[in-house]
Design a protein around this ligand. Structure first.
Ligand code: NAI
Ligand code: A1CAB
Length: 277
């Protein structure tokens, strides 16, 4: 397999994977990224020295160029654009090139229908901490992906975090926890900062406290075998202040609210899949 990796559509998610791969030792010279605008291509090339970034507004065949000679192609545009992008590159793909999609809601069936017959496909659901090598990436192989090709893709993706293999039927549920999940953690930090301001703290100080606390707690969770409930108990003194805060969260139904949000995310994914069919 060629070492070259093409990132087609290099926005938030694909850039996070690209950055994580380079930090993990991938040679930037083996990476090609495509975007729409020239300004964004320049930004990417400056931020990730040694990669090739090609803008569609300058080279309309950028996606086809990027695919030629690439062993792995990662589709990173919005779900609505995935099928058109897959059709656009179909004539330029080598039969053994592994096509990975990071898109929410685009099924393996929809991907395979838009690609040449027999093309190996893997549907993934990553998350943006991939940028720091701390992502979670699910992999679900398509019908033409051999065990060896799945292994190759896992080896590439393991550089950006924990790889889990799941049945495609579970992707929407996984996405509602780990795909969208970083946004929930950031939302928690935003809410904590706002609460600090309400308690009379200076906004800058409140933001620093919220950021460092959520990040610090994240580091503790990243320890091998960490147990969120146990870590929480270690902060919660009997009859103390944290206990009162957690009791208030429970009384107001915070766990049910989080479950409802995750359910809504999964329902939305299924809705988009139906819209794209
Ligand atoms: N942002 C996230 O945290 C996650 C996103 N995803 C998936 O990743 C995909 C991309 O999402 P984001 O990165 O958030 O979006 P984004 O809008 O940041 O990135 C998309 C990029 O693709 C480019 N683009 C669009 N059409 C193109 C084309 N035909 N050729 C070349 N470049 C093109 C855009 O200019 C943009 O830079 C989506 O399908 C989403 O479901 C999956 C997991 C997490
Ligand atoms: O919000 C979205 O649709 C994408 C998928 C998971 C995270 N971001």
């Amino acid at each position: 397999m060629s070492n070259r990796i093409a990132f087609l559509g290099c926005g938030s998610m694909n850039e996070a994977i690209l950055g994580g791969l380079i930090d993990g030792g991938t040679n930037p010279a083996d990476i090609v990224a495509t975007v729409r605008r020239a300004e964004r291509a320049t930004e990417l090339a400056e931020r990730h020295h040694g990669i090739t970034a090609i803008a569609g507004e300058e080279e309309p065949d950028n996606n086809r160029q990027a695919v030629v000679g690439s062993g792995v192609v990662i589709l990173g545009v919005k779900p609505v654009g995935i099928a058109a992008l897959a059709r656009e590159i179909s004539g330029s793909l080598a039969p053994a090139t592994i096509v990975i999609s990071v898109a929410a809601a685009v099924s393996i069936e929809q991907l395979e229908a838009a690609l040449p017959a027999g093309q190996p496909v893997i549907r993934t659901m990553p998350n943006t901490p991939a940028k720091l090598g701390r992502g979670v990436v699910s992999v679900s192989p398509g019908t033409n992906c051999s065990a060896a090709q799945l292994q190759q893709a896992k080896a590439v993706l393991s550089a950006v975090g924990t790889v889990v293999e799941i049945q495609e039927g579970q992707v929407d549920a996984l996405s509602a926890i780990s795909g969208s999940g970083p946004a929930y953690a950031f939302y928690l930090a935003e809410s904590m900062a706002a609460a600090g301001v309400e308690l009379g703290l200076d906004p800058e100080l409140a933001l620093l406290l919220a950021r460092e606390t959520v990040a610090g707690a994240g580091y503790m969770l990243a320890e091998p075998g960490a147990d969120p409930a146990g870590l929480r108990r270690a902060v919660t003194s009997p009859s103390g202040t944290t206990e009162r805060a957690i009791a208030t969260f429970d009384e107001r139904g915070l766990p049910a609210i989080i479950a409802a949000g995750a359910r809504a995310a999964a329902v939305r994914a299924a809705e988009i899949t139906r819209q794209l069919a």
